[in-house]
Structure formats: structure tokens, C-alpha cells
Design a protein around this ligand. Structure first.
Ligand code: MN
Length: 197
């Protein structure tokens, strides 16, 4: 199947002033789009051309000969998940089931958010910070470059992109300011809850 670039789930200016239309225009229209284009070129005419995006990721992880395919496929998947992890007027305290689970597993929101923010801050170089489910427990992890929890049997619930292209136009080197804006104003808790099911 041809891998398609999904539309953003909101208008390009919908996350302003926290993430600008300019950032989303480049991040979705150039970066995400390039991963889709590269992936389609790399799988064309191969056995992987008939696979789903998830299967391409699972079949190429830890395979040195397929690292280019893995990187592009994982970046396509991660970005689609990241767009859904945000919404206009989001962020702040979690709601419903995920709120209870965070209290149970982290002893409260403040401890949880400090750990998740720290994962984003301390990811050296490009990568992602994640809230995932592992053996029915919430865990916070970070991944380098394109790496993705679905390649390692983990169930992602929420992600934040900490590649510089995600924030440099709006915050320059201020990754912490971007992370504060993400957690205070953008997290889509309804999406996180939908991933718990
Ligand atoms: Mn990105």
C-alpha cells in the first residue's frame, strides 16, 4: 500500500501562540511529508510495499540493512501520533481514567509531569518523550531519533517531539519553554484516554 500523509487534525494556526502556523507548515508539510515520500520510494517494488505502516516498523527494527526504511517509517508513525497528542486549548490536569491511573502509578500529577518533562529535556539530541503502557503500568520513556515504542512491544499513550525542528522557529534553543507550553496548553487528554482502551 502507498503510505499517505494524513491531514493535521486541526488548522495550521490552531495551536498558536504555543506552536505557530509557520512551525506546523514546515513540520507537517516538509518534515513529515518528506518521511512519507522517502518511505514510499524505499519500499517500492519490495515485499514491504504491501505491508501496513506498523508492520513495516516491526519487520525492520534492529535490521542494519533496513535502517533507512525503519527510520522513515517510524518517523511517519511518530508524527501522526504526535499531532493527535495535541489539541487547541488542551493541556493542564489529566481527565477521566488516565487521571486515576497517573495518581495510582506516579503518586500525583506533579510528580508525573516533572518526570515526563525531564525525559524531554534530557533526551540528548533528537528524539521523543513518551508516556507508554507496559504490563498494565504507566511508564515514561525517551527514544532517540526515529525510535518508537511500537517497535519494542510498548503501547504508546502520549508523545512529545523534541527534535529541534518541532520548536526552533518558536522557541529557538528553549526546549524547556516548548515543553512547558506543550504540557500546560496542548496535551489532548481525550486522545490519551482513547489509547488506554
Ligand atoms: Mn518532528
Amino acid at each position: 500500500m502507498t503510505i499517505i500523509l494524513p491531514d493535521l487534525p486541526y488548522e495550521k494556526d490552531a495551536l498558536e501562540p504555543h506552536i505557530s502556523a509557520k512551525t506546523l507548515t514546515f513540520h507537517h508539510g516538509k518534515h513529515h511529508n518528506a518521511y512519507v515520500t522517502n518511505l514510499n520510494k524505499l519500499i517500492e517494488g519490495t515485499d514491504l510495499a504491501s505491508e501496513t505502516l506498523e508492520n513495516i516498523i516491526k519487520k525492520t527494527v534492529n535490521n542494519a540493512d533496513k535502517i533507512g526504511i525503519f527510520n522513515n517509517a517510524a518517523q511517519v508513525w511518530n508524527h501522526t501520533f504526535y499531532w493527535q497528542s495535541m489539541k487547541p486549548n488542551g493541556g493542564g490536569l489529566p481527565t477521566d481514567d488516565i487521571a486515576e491511573k497517573i495518581n495510582a502509578d506516579f503518586g500525583g500529577y506533579d510528580n508525573f509531569i516533572e518526570q515526563l518533562k525531564n525525559a524531554g529535556l534530557t533526551q540528548f539530541g533528537s528524539g521523543w518523550a513518551w508516556l507508554v503502557m507496559k504490563n498494565n503500568n504507566l511508564e515514561i520513556i525517551k527514544t532517540s531519533n526515529a525510535d518508537t515504542p511500537i517497535a519494542h512491544g510498548l503501547k504508546p499513550l502520549l508523545t512529545v517531539d523534541v527534535w529541534e525542528h518541532a520548536y526552533y522557529l518558536d522557541y529557538q534553543n528553549g526546549r524547556g519553554s516548548y515543553l512547558n507550553a506543550f504540557f500546560n496548553n496542548l496535551v489532548n487528554w481525550a486522545f490519551v484516554n482513547s489509547n488506554l482502551v
